[in-house]
Design a binder for this molecule. Structure first.
Ligand code: FES
Length: 200
């Protein structure tokens, strides 16, 4: 598994953090005020609170529970209850490679030399959940994998698929630059209804 779409840029503006996931790996995806995207394990090293419930503070992410702040490398650099303490290097959040390209936020859970998926100049439209596993979705379209699936349609749609659970995935859809976003959005809802009627 190389690059996986975990959200759209428009859903995570600078200063925001959201929960996301790739299969069993739960993620806190956040964007710093300077526009750098991050994907971290969604657990605070202190007491395990979800970091996706936290706050972006400057170029750091702060846990909502006791306010520990983690710098862009995932290292704890400030503990409010001990403001003069320099936290040990061992207090750090597992981080993953995360890049925004073409309006899509891509994450790789492992080191990879694989280039980011080609989007063919398409533009992002919307995300929507589908009650179908990512491999089953790829199989439905006869695609070799689910990272991106090109769908023959009037809108030149490309689906970037995010595996969530055994029976659910998230579709991040892109379409031709001149496509009517509203029309594509309705087309996607029809597609979802069709997919969810497909027998497992
Ligand atoms: S659980 Fe995150 S700071 Fe305590």
């Amino acid at each position: 598994m190389d690059w996986i779409a975990v959200g759209l840029k428009e859903d995570v503006p600078p200063g925001f953090v959201i929960p996301s996931r790739i299969a069993d790996t739960e993620l806190a995806v956040w964007c710093s005020p300077s526009g750098t995207y991050h994907a971290w394990s969604d657990r605070c090293p202190h007491r395990g609170m979800r970091l996706s419930h936290g706050f972006v503070r400057g170029e750091t992410l702060a846990c909502i529970y006791h306010g520990w702040q983690y710098n862009e490398a995932g290292s704890c650099h400030y503990i409010p209850a001990h403001p003069k303490l320099t936290p040990p290097d061992t207090i750090c959040v597992p981080t993953y490679r995360c890049i925004e390209a073409g309006g899509v936020i891509w994450v790789s859970l492992t080191e990879t030399d694989t280039p980011l998926p080609a989007l063919g100049g398409r533009r992002t439209v919307r995300s929507l959940p589908v009650s179908m596993s990512a491999p089953d979705l790829a199989a439905h379209f006869g695609a070799a994998g689910f990272t991106t699936i090109a769908v023959v349609s009037d809108h030149d749609v490309l689906l970037a698929v995010q595996p969530c659970t055994d029976g659910e995935c998230m579709i991040h859809a892109l379409a031709a630059p001149d496509a009517d976003r509203s029309a594509v959005s309705h087309w996607l809802e029809d597609l979802r209804a069709t997919l969810e009627r497909v027998p497992a």
